[in-house]
Ligand binder design. Structure first.
Ligand SMILES: [Cu+2]
Length: 145
């Protein structure tokens, strides 16, 4: 019984702690899709007072979201070509702006289920883990542009 009470108090304090993390979010945008287009990209600036790992991002309007980075790779003619790569373990460093923007790191949104029109708002659910392995989720509204 005592254990159960202790656990409950721990759970309560975890959720309180989590909701107390103040994220600063700016320019959360998703590129509009054309009819039939199922892949698009998202951008944002995010800042956190504590280091956070992005464990998962989900949305009702698409099947899968990944954080991508752009890397220069050697092309077939010895040239340099820009390639996208998934970042397996994206980290938002404490007090450092994490920037996702066109031509650089970005959110890749796969299997979009409906046309995303300019002016729409799309909610992305971020599952975040801090350095103490505490996990919480945050719904972030993105504007379609
Ligand atoms: Cu990409």
């Amino acid at each position: 019984m005592r254990n159960k009470i202790f656990m409950l108090i721990t759970l309560l304090s975890v959720s309180f702690y989590a909701s107390a993390i103040e994220l600063t979010i700016d320019s959360a945008l998703i590129k509009a899709t054309k009819p039939g287009q199922t892949v698009t990209a998202g951008f944002m600036k995010i800042k956190s007072p504590t280091t956070l790992n992005i464990k998962n991002i989900s949305t009702p309007v698409a099947e899968k979201i990944e954080v991508h980075t752009m890397k220069m790779e050697k092309g077939p003619y010895g040239d340099s070509i820009m390639k996208m790569r998934k970042i397996d373990d994206p980290i938002i460093e404490a007090n450092k702006e994490f920037i996702l923007m066109p031509g650089a790191d970005h959110l890749m949104i796969f299997e979009v289920k409906k046309e995303l029109k300019i002016g729409d708002t799309v909610l992305l659910k971020f599952t975040l883990i801090d350095t103490n392995k505490k996990e919480y989720t945050k719904d972030i509204p993105f504007n379609v542009y």
